[in-house]
Design a protein around this ligand. Structure first.
Ligand code: ADP
Length: 662
């Protein structure tokens, strides 16, 4: 038996069949009712709804048959679909050449009668057939044929309906998924808006109804969610003066973005008048056709930034004025390249013209030889070690050759943005002060010198008077002479001190260079003080022999100065301990007292010339503030260091350390 030829538009037909998603689905009552009806109407035991697949025919409903599918080559329906508009009616297949040797006819199925109406869908595709089958010969009457056709249409209708239901179901699932997606997106968007560091609000309509505002915006307004749904003007009367709704309305009408930077605002915020600076923007929100449906209001509070910038600008202006009025020069050195940037005043102090370029080297060249190297080294060390810089030195002006004294102070400022640090500071003209000091020094030096000779002869005469009074047994005169001698000694110490200062400032300090034991210095001081300081408890703790190079008398002068101060700045019964020890390659001498001590603020200046602590204790004690200055100069000329550790009310430890002889 020849198999039915495939339909002319087979691939389209198969695609249509697949689109119903019907193949291999479970039986459905709706379809089974139709086959039952067909079988009853046509009085056949078997009725089938058969779909012709690529290589098989598959039965969606099979009334009176157990088999669910057969080979397409055996299929009667495959024949039926080739004439989609007609019923294929085979009264006796056993006598029909097309089917007589068909397995379904000759085999156990024993088909004799077959009538099939093609199932043609709206697109014209013949999907299969509704057929009735019997093992005995039949002939359908007109009513039966018509009924079969009606039932076939019903099958198609159900098929369409089924597809629509499936489509509807799919659409519903899709919508549901979209909805879930939408809800998730909205949740994400809300969270982003809530947590963004920008204040945000959404306004709708001509009156700028507040549709939504995040926490930042509510905070900026000083409001809560009760303003949602209100018109801007009604919700925020505090901002009336700033008239935002008018600007927003323009944005809404014209669809043009509007923004302001660092806008200054003054308004009542949580009941208090406050000042703010905001960067804010009104952005039109548009539909795809370009029409505006709302205005997005975004704002960033830049109050702190603007206020600190204003403060910096103000401070800079004040500094500029101060620098100007104090006639200070300013300068800056690039810490990497030593590129030098100098103000006009700095150039003037170095003797340069205002429009002349001044390099670091050119500036250094104008420093007098005496200071040049020291300034260079100190600048370099300050940059390298990030230390402050404060130096006084002399300059010879480039064009005018004028000698000036200047004080330069500076500090290293790191740029913080990866650029080289700048070492910058100020320069002030201290020529006048220096000249004053010079005059004072000259005067002190001259007066001290002039006093020295009369004082020496006065002391000589006093000695003779004393001896005479003793010889004559004139006790009162002998006593007065002793007292006068003591005063003359004090005066002589003072004059010697002033002469030392004058010598130091002129760089004329002279040191002997002997090798001596530091213990000998201690012993000499002890002898001297045994005579002069009877009331004090002074303890000397000698050490193993420590040899040093230098001037023994000057070293003794330092030690006696320390001890005299320890006694001078202590209460009635001074307790002073003097110790010496080896400290590395140095000899260390410490003079400890339990006296009035020194405030921390005074300690850095205590070795300066003419410096005295300003308090009532010290005022009662005579002195000129030159002793420690001289001590420092002597110790430093020995290559040593000097210092003090002190606590007010508890006492002081004055110390010096000098290198051991090699
Ligand atoms: P003078 O004692 O003549 O004022 P010095 O240069 O010796 O000058 O001392 C400077 C200042 O240091 C003193 O005026 C005093 O204020 C303070 N000082 C020095 N030694 C001591 C000390 N042992 N205890 C407390 N203060 C001291």
């Amino acid at each position: 038996m020849p198999a039915a030829p495939t339909t002319p538009n087979e691939s389209k037909r198969l695609a249509a069949l697949r689109s119903y998603n019907i193949l291999d689905t479970a039986t459905e009552e709706d379809f089974d009712e139709l086959t039952e009806l067909a079988s009853a109407i046509c009085s056949t035991p078997i009725a089938l709804i058969s779909f012709v697949d690529k290589d098989r025919q598959w039965f969606k409903s099979r009334h009176g048959l157990d088999v669910s599918e057969t080979d397409r080559a055996l299929s009667f329906c495959a024949h039926a679909i080739n004439s989609p508009t007609e019923i294929l009616e085979v009264e006796n297949a056993k006598e029909d050449k097309r089917f007589m040797d068909n397995e379904l006819v000759t085999g156990p199925m024993d088909i004799t009668f077959y009538a099939g109406v093609p199932l043609v869908d709206v697109s014209g595709a013949a999907l299969g057939s509704l057929c009735v089958i019997d093992s005995v010969q039949h002939k359908l009457n007109t009513i039966q044929r018509k009924a079969l056709k009606i039932l076939a249409r019903q099958v198609i209708d159900k098929l369409e309906l089924r597809r629509k239901v499936v489509e509807l179901d799919n659409t519903r699932t899709r919508i549901q998924r979209l909805n879930e997606l939408l809800v998730a997106k909205e949740r994400e968007a809300t969270q982003i808006i809530e947590h963004t560091p920008t204040a945000m609000a959404l306004h709708i309509g001509e009156d700028m109804e507040i549709r939504f505002a995040n926490k930042m915006m509510l905070g900026a307004w000083g409001k809560d969610e009760r303003v949602f749904g209100m018109n801007f003007k009604d919700a925020l009367p505090e901002l009336d003066k700033l008239d935002f709704p008018t600007t927003m309305r323009q944005v809404y009408r014209k669809g043009i973005h509007y923004e302001q930077k660092e806008a200054h605002m003054l308004y009542m915020h949580y009941g208090k008048l406050k000042e703010f600076y905001y960067n804010y923007a009104f952005t039109p929100l548009k539909l795809s056709d370009g029409s505006v449906w709302g205005v997005l209001n975004t704002a960033v509070d830049v109050t702190d930034i603007v206020k600190s910038r204003i403060a910096v600008e103000r401070a800079e202006e004040q500094l500029r004025l101060a620098v100007q009025s104090a006639q200070l020069g300013t300068w800056s050195i690039n810490a990497d390249t030593y590129e030098f940037d100098a103000s006009e005043r700095t150039k003037e102090l170095f003797g340069f013209l205002p429009d002349e370029v001044i390099t670091y080297e050119a500036a250094v060249n104008q420093i007098t030889e005496e200071y040049r190297d020291k300034v260079k080294k100190t600048v370099e060390a300050a940059i390298k070690e990030n230390r402050g810089f404060d130096m006084e030195y002399a300059i010879t002006g480039l064009h005018n050759g004028k000698l000036r004294w200047v004080r330069a102070t500076g500090k290293l400022y790191s740029s913080g943005d990866g650029k080289a640090a700048q070492f910058s500071g100020t320069l002030s003209d201290i020529t006048e002060r220096k000249q004053d000091e010079q005059r004072k020094n000259d005067f002190i030096g001259m007066v001290s010198h002039e006093l020295k000779t009369p004082l020496t002869s006065m002391k000589g005469y006093l000695q003779i008077i004393g001896q005479r009074a003793n010889k004559l047994g004139d006790v009162p005169i002998a006593d007065f002479t002793k007292k006068t001698q003591r005063q003359a000694d004090k005066m002589q110490a003072l004059v010697t001190g002033f002469l030392d200062v004058a010598r130091i400032t002129e760089g004329k300090i002279h040191l002997n260079n002997d090798v001596f034991d530091i213990n000998d210095v201690m012993r000499a001081a002890e002898d001297e003080l045994r005579v002069n300081c009877k009331g004090a408890h002074i303890t000397f703790r000698l050490c193993d022999s420590l040899l040093i190079n230098g001037d023994k008398d000057k070293m003794e002068q330092v030690l006696i100065n320390f001890i005299n101060n320890a006694i001078k700045y202590s209460a009635d019964e001074p307790e002073v301990t003097i110790t010496c020890s080896k400290d590395g390659d140095n000899a260390l001498v410490i003079v400890s007292d339990r006296g009035i001590g020194i405030p921390a603020a005074d300690i850095p200046y205590i070795f300066d010339r003419f410096y005295r602590v300003e308090n009532t204790h010290v005022k009662m004690i005579s002195g000129f503030g030159i002793g420690l200055y001289i001590c420092k100069e002597i110790i430093e000329h020995h290559g040593g260091t000097i210092g003090v550790k002190s606590e007010p009310g508890k006492g002081s430890d004055f110390w010096f350390s000098v290198p051991l002889s090699k």
